[in-house]
Structure formats: structure tokens, C-alpha cells
Design a protein around this ligand. Structure first.
Ligand code: KIV
Length: 272
């Protein structure tokens, strides 16, 4: 058997920019652990986001606010160990960058040093400009995030579509340009009108990756557990479920319980 490793080109921030230029769409999903990261990487995902949605998905919190920097680093380092090809981006969690740009830089450095990830993401527009610039001085690539920014959920009050009104749309467009100018290598747009997202993607030179932002952007991201149908409590319009793992995993677990109770498992071939 050949031991030669399959040839692949590692995804870098430059590769993503080249993909935008050539019109190849960027496929991004979230990852929080080694096993899932390995499956995602082998499946050809370009970017894995260690999202602070881990706060909801992995820890059961109702918002992204409680997750800590050390918890994000734990998730990120697990993902790093499972990945050969994809670019790994890690969310700076709530409360670790909003104070000032020095705090933002220190948090970003801690993530990069302790997890081995490739880039960080933070939420916000002109209010984080200085932090983006300062993080970049340490050579750390930064991804922006505008539109519905879950770390500000208590300011918004709901998870509904953002920037539907002209004034907020204009502000978002301006913030997108500010982030590009500050040096962000890419931008996530969450839950905004498709037309506005298309305009942003057309005006910016950096890749724009949407979640609930329509098809006229440079790539798509979803929360992996949602697209696999492991979660089932909500069904936003933008979410395409590729499997119904909630049902099929539940069925497998029920079968296991049955097999153990009726002494069918383990059978003669499943023991020593
Ligand atoms: O934390 C996360 O999963 C995210 C995506 C929804 C973009 O930020």
C-alpha cells in the first residue's frame, strides 16, 4: 500500500482572496472538536470557524456571551489537531477585545500562541477599527463580522434580520469599507437582505462570506450542527438541513438502550 500523502494546497488568506478574484465560492462551516474537524477537512471545506456559537452548541448557553477565552482555545486547539488543509479562524469571545485595542491584541496573541489556529474573527464596525489594526501589527489575520452580531444580542433584543432600513444599511456598507481599509482579510455578513450583501460583496475587494445573506456573496457559512440537523429547536429560512441527525442519532441511541436491556448486546461475536 502506498504511504504517499495526498497532495493538497493549504488554504491561506491569500488563497481566499484568489478565490474571490476567480469567482470560486468559499465553503465555510463551524468546528469545535477534533473528530468533526477531521471529517470537515477531508470533505474539502475551505475555512473552519471555531465560532463562539460553541457557547450555544457545545455548552448549552442561550447566548454566545458566557464562553471564555480559555474555552475557545480548548476548542480551537482540538480543531487544529484534526486539520491538514482548511484555514482555521477563531472567534474572539465577548469581553476579550471590546475594552481597548491592547486587550484585543493580547487576546488574539493568546489564541494564536496556545491553539495554533491561523486567524481570528471579531464582531463590529468602526468601533473595532483600531483593534483590527493593532492585531494586524502582530501579523495576525483578522476576519470581520457585521449585520446580526450575536455578541450584541441584548442591544438588538432579537435575532431578526438586520439592516432592512436605509440608515442601518448605509452604516453597514460604511463599516464594511472601514474593516477592509483597516486590513481585514475577509468579512462575514450575518442575516441581512441579500441585495445589500450583494452590494457589499461587489464593492469590497476582500471575500464576503454570508450566513442568511443570500447568494450574491463570495462564500457561505453555517453552523455545522444546524446543517446536520442535530439541532431542531429552530428553523430560520436561511438554514438548509442536509441531514436529520437529531432523529437518526436518537434512533440509534434508542436501539442501543433496547439491545442492552434485552441482553442482545454484546453478542457472542462482540466479546473476548
Ligand atoms: O459563532 C459562529 O458560529 C459565527 C457564525 C454564525 C458566522 O460567528
Amino acid at each position: 500500500m502506498s504511504t504517499a500523502k495526498k497532495e493538497f494546497k493549504k488554504v491561506t488568506t491569500h488563497v481566499l482572496q484568489e478565490m474571490k478574484r476567480s469567482g470560486e465560492k468559499i465553503a465555510m462551516l463551524t468546528a469545535y472538536d477534533y473528530t468533526m474537524a477531521k471529517i470537515l477537512d477531508h470533505a474539502g471545506l475551505d475555512v473552519l470557524l471555531v465560532g463562539d456559537s460553541a457557547s450555544n452548541v457545545m455548552a448549552g448557553h442561550i447566548t454566545t456571551l458566557p464562553i471564555t477565552l480559555d474555552q475557545m482555545i480548548y476548542h480551537a486547539s482540538s480543531v487544529v489537531r484534526g486539520v491538514d488543509r482548511a484555514l482555521i479562524v477563531v472567534d474572539l469571545p465577548f469581553g476579550t477585545y471590546q475594552g481597548n485595542s491592547k486587550e484585543a491584541l493580547n487576546s488574539a496573541i493568546k489564541i494564536m500562541k496556545e491553539s495554533g489556529a491561523h486567524a481570528v474573527k471579531l464582531e463590529g464596525g468602526k468601533e473595532v477599527k483600531e483593534s483590527v489594526e493593532r492585531i494586524l501589527t502582530a501579523g495576525i489575520p483578522v476576519m470581520g463580522h457585521l449585520g446580526l452580531t450575536p455578541q450584541s444580542i441584548y442591544k438588538f433584543g432579537t435575532y431578526t434580520v438586520r439592516a432592512k432600513e436605509e440608515e442601518e444599511a448605509a452604516r453597514l456598507l460604511e463599516d464594511a469599507h472601514t474593516l477592509q481599509k483597516a486590513g481585514c482579510f475577509a468579512l462575514v455578513l450575518e442575516k441581512i437582505p441579500a441585495k445589500l450583501a450583494g452590494e457589499v460583496a461587489k464593492e469590497l475587494l476582500i471575500p464576503v462570506i454570508g450566513i442568511g445573506a443570500g447568494s450574491d456573496v463570495d462564500g457561505q457559512v453555517l453552523v455545522t450542527h444546524d446543517m446536520l440537523g442535530m439541532t431542531h429547536e429552530f428553523s430560520p429560512r436561511f438554514l438548509r438541513r442536509y441531514l436529520n441527525l437529531y432523529e437518526s442519532m436518537g434512533g440509534a441511541f434508542q436501539q442501543y438502550v433496547k439491545d442492552v436491556k434485552r441482553k442482545d448486546f454484546p453478542n457472542q461475536n462482540e466479546q473476548y
